[in-house]
Every structure is written in C-alpha cells, then in structure tokens.
Design a protein around this ligand. Structure first.
Ligand code: BGC
Length: 371
C-alpha cells in the first residue's frame, strides 16, 4: 500500500506538471521525495524537521493585513514552524496560482484569506488532492470541503455597527455602503446590520435612501457612492452604515466635501489608526476592534495541530455552513469602540499609542493629566 507521504509527493508532482501545461510561470523546483530513513516531526514529510505552512493572502492593502501576516508568522515561528507567504493583490487567478505554487513547495497545510468567496474553492480541491488541509482565515470559502474557518463573528460585527448608529441617530435617512460583494464577510456584515435596523425600518423611524457595495473594499468606490447618495437626497442623510474603516475614509471624504463631516454618523471596522484618529476628532462614530493577535495566534496554533493530527474539538466549537457543509469554526468576539472606550480598548491594549491616536487633537482636549 502507498504511504500518505508517497501519495502526497505523487500529487505534488502532478500539480507541477499541470502548472507547466497551463503556461503559468514555473514554480521553484519541488523538493525531492523524502528518503525513508530521515527522521521528521509528526505530520511532516520525512527528511524535514519544521512544519511548513503556506499563507495565501488576498491583499496587504488594508492596514490590518500586515499585522495579521506579521503576528501569524511570529506565532508559527515560536512554535517551530516556517511560513511561506504570498499576497495576490486582489487577483483571483493569481491567488489560485500562488496557492498551487505553495503546494508545489511542499507546504504541510494551507491557510487562505480568500479574495473571492467562490473561486478559491478550487484551492481546497487542489490541496485535498495533495493530501493537504485548508484553513480559511477571516473569510470563509464557500461550496467546498473546507477543513476549518477562523474569524471574528462577522454577523455580530454588523450588529455592532448598526447598533452604534441607531443609538446616536434613532430617526432619519440612512445610507448603506457595503464591502466587496466577493467577500462573504461583506454579506454577513450586511445581515447583522439589517437585523438591528429592521425594527426601526418597520416603524418608519429610519429610511434607507441609498444602498451600494464597494467593489474590492475600495476607498474610491465608497467615496463615489457617497457623493452620488448625497446628490440624490440633496445632502439629507443622517447616518451611513459603512462596513470597514478603509471605506469609511472615502465616505467621510465625501461628507467633508459638503461640510458634513462630524455631523453625519458613520460606522467602520478594524480600528485602523486613521479611523481611531477620526473617532478622537469626532468625524467617525465608531469602529470595531478585532484583536488581530487573537486570530493570528489561533490560526497558527490550529494549523500546527492539524498537521500533527491533533484534535481541534476544544477550539473549533462552532459550525458555519459554507453551502457544502457545516465547517468547524473558531469565531472570536469583536469589540465595539467609540470615543467613550477608545482609551481603554485601543490605547491601553497597546493596539495604538495615545500619541498616535490623538495626534490631531489639541493636548488640552486629550484624556489623562492636562499639560
Ligand atoms: C475583513 C475586514 C477588512 C475587509 C477589507 C474583511 O473581510 O473582515 O477586517 O477590513 O475584509 O480587507
């Protein structure tokens, strides 16, 4: 009978061949199949000691993803694993080719932040063909036999965003600016937002006057949608449900163009430094802080356990359906941040420093002892 390791190398060799046929750039040479005698760590091909993790990222564009990468790599290294990172710059074809390339480089597991909720299912199929498991990091991959999903509770993030806005603006005209429709999180956020808005809509207290999605979470898309919305309603909007901080920056730019920044409530997500500064200055109402170290560490730890064949039952307590199956999932708690708890959640936790966050706020208006 063929060993798992032999099967894996045969599959990897087939992948290299297929990649060549497809006319893709040649991947680095695959390692030689292991010799039977060499010692190895559990789950690792013979002849190699360290577990090798492939980290396939959609993008490094938003501030958070650089933190995700750095913390993930750091934790994996602490645990004795090495990480090969690829970023696809929002390109579906490139992301799939990069993941294939990681497989040819002999990774023991793939961790994927998908750009596209559907096309990345191909990565799972290819990885499984090579006997490799796949973890979806932050964003789920739909319609495939995904092994694990690790994220923050995105429905809850959407609820927090809408909740903070209705508390400040219980009546009025609302604009919705969603994220990338190719990102399952954008859809879950919208579900959470509507879940909170529904009773207000049903009572007629609030009205949705414009509803758009920002392709690829692009700031310019959000800016354009917000400018159009303001023109449509003659600037009569009181709140904008925006799904992340990057796109919130575009929305606030559009509001500023009409002298409305700080007068219209705006939500966000990620606790990007620029968003925390806007909260301190009063032009953004809230953000959602998702402690990146928690997801990065959990993903690195889970990846290593999975390669070693250890149980994740104690960690992956939740299930999220991806259209194909109930995927074992680790869902972390997001934290609502407004001006009231900016210091406690963002500064005292060490996510950003007081100097950075209050850079544009006069010293006498900053929290803490006055000069
Ligand atoms: C993430 C957000 C991020 C957005 C844009 C979402 O899937 O959950 O944290 O801001 O993608 O990159």
């Amino acid at each position: 009978m063929k060993s798992k390791s032999n099967r894996r190398w045969a599959a990897i060799a087939a992948l290299v061949w297929l990649t060549g046929l497809a006319g893709c750039p040649s991947p680095p040479p695959a390692e030689k199949p292991p010799s039977a005698a060499a010692p190895s760590a559990p789950g690792v091909p013979a002849g190699r000691k360290a577990i090798r993790i492939g980290f396939s990222m959609d993008t490094l564009k938003e501030e958070r993803w650089q933190r995700d990468r750095d913390l993930f790599v750091e934790r994996a290294k602490e645990l004795g694993a090495e990480v090969l990172v690829q970023s696809a710059n929002g390109n579906d074809t490139l992301q799939n080719a990069q993941a294939e390339n990681l497989l040819t480089q002999g990774v023991d597991i793939l961790v994927v932040i998908p750009h596209n909720l559907k096309t990345t299912a191909k990565i799972v199929e290819l990885a499984h063909g090579a006997g490799i498991k796949v973890i979806a990091y932050d964003r789920i991959i739909r319609d495939c036999d995904l092994d694990l999903y690790i994220s923050f509770d995105n429905f809850r993030v959407g609820q927090l965003q809408a909740q903070a806005l209705v508390e400040r603006v219980p009546k009025g005209n609302y604009v919705l600016i969603g994220g990338a429709p190719t990102d399952n999180n954008a859809l879950m956020l919208r579900e959470g937002q509507l879940n909170v808005l529904k009773p207000y809509l049903d009572r007629g207290d609030i009205k949705i006057v414009a509803d758009q999605w920002a392709k690829d979470w692009q700031v310019v898309e959000a800016l354009k949608h917000m400018e159009n919305a303001l023109t449509k309603v003659n600037n009569d909007a009181q709140a904008v449900v925006v799904s992340n901080d990057g796109t919130a920056s575009g929305v606030i730019q559009a509001l500023a163009g009409q002298g409305l920044a700080g007068k219209v409530a705006v939500s966000g997500q990620d606790a990007d430094l620029a968003a925390c500064q806007r909260i301190a200055e009063g032009t953004q109402t809230m953000t959602v802080y998702k402690p990146i170290d928690r997801i990065a560490r959990a993903a690195a730890e889970a990846a290593i356990k999975m390669v070693r064949g250890e149980s994740l039952d104690a960690l992956a307590m939740k299930k999220v359906n991806n259209g194909y199956k109930d995927v074992p999932s680790i869902l972390l708690e997001p934290i609502l941040v407004t001006r009231d708890n900016l210091d406690r959640e963002i500064i005292q936790s060490g996510f950003h420093t007081l100097e950075e966050v209050y850079k544009n706020v006069p010293r006498e208006q900053r929290p803490g002892p006055k000069p």
